[in-house]
Design a protein. Sequence first.
Length: 458
Amino acid sequence: MLTLAIAALLMPITLTATANAQQPATAFDCTKDVLLLGAAGSGENPNMNWQVGKTVSKLFDEVNAVVEKQGRTSQRVAVNYPAYGVPDTLLVNPGEYFNGVRAGITEAVRILDDLSKTQACAHQRVVLGGYSQGSMVMHRALRELGAAGRDDILNRIDGVVMVADPDRLPNDNVTSIGGAPANAHGISNDYPFEAMNFAKINPTWRSKVMSVCIKGDPVCGLTYLWTPLAVASYVPLHLKYAESGFTKYLSEAAKKIKFKFPSDAIVFDKSIPTTVTSAAWQLVKHQLSATTGPNCTIAWSATGKLPPGLQIDNKGYISGFPTTAGKTSTTIKMSTRCHNKNLTATVKMNFVITPKPPVAEADIVKGDVKLGECDKRNFTPAEIAEYGKDGYWVVVDGADQIKKLGYTITDNVLIFTGCAKKVGVANYTMAWRNPNGELGRDMDGSIKTQSHRLTVAK
């Protein structure tokens, strides 16, 4: 049968430019780290083995095992092309067969072009795999990408595995696996109209382009001493790559792929200020930011104390109402579990809290008592009505001054009680809490407070 195939392939063939039906944009899974793009061999059932055929499917199993050992994930995408069979198309209509190959090349390049335009997948690395006719597709697609200067795509390809490649060239710039001699060539080298267009693989790609060819496979491992009869007798070897005893070559190819994954290191965004300046009781909103590996999440926490009234959530958002003037420095920790690695980083944050701006004299609620006088400081119904009956007053600043005058603070009983034991002045600030413990706020989001002054005289 293969003897007839060779005879057919030596006949003059006219390739017609057949336009691919418009393919929809590829639906990539950008949560994955690697795109495995495969092309099936001649006549393989498109409804099985991820639509890439059993050999490429087995190859991708091996590649995925390598990917998973590095804590990464992969997705499989098939090149949807005719993959015409040898008996029913190549021997009957060689031109149609190679038009199918051309359709596969066009589709493979289109998918890779789609990937290059998908920003969410910018981190994704690529492995190309093809078997037999599918290897021709990948081999020629690689050439076209090189000729077009598509370094944006080529630089993301970490491995190309061409299994039983009919386009194999003697002593090409590839890593050979499977035992075929270095000077062996693929069967398509013997097509006069094709041979003149062949060029070796770019030597800079040698380490990532692998040609898997079992010694004796007549599709990829021919020497010029072969006869058509000998070729026909070795055809069964061409079908064994996915079988026990031969998958070791696919595994070897997979293990030779060196992935260039983006770094997972946590890097703090230096455009974010590391000093926060605010007045006491002024609303603080400060979002921190950092980067890590793709699809990994950073958790934020403070290893030291933040200024009283401020807190940080696990997304790096610092917020609250600082209650005390002063300077504070604390360490913020960033941590992630990324691709089986526990990573941490820190950044030092500085907080400068200035005193609350002075309150106009007319806005201060004044109270005068005499030394020794006992008093329960209550608020008028009008003051309570301003905030609602359900709630209570709290002293948010100046509590120490009140205590020095001899009073006992009871925040949830209107304000404070006791007897004036010392001559002096207490300046303090109060805020209203609702039953949920939330402080009343003004329209700008700042806490609504009242400033008070209590004077104890003789």
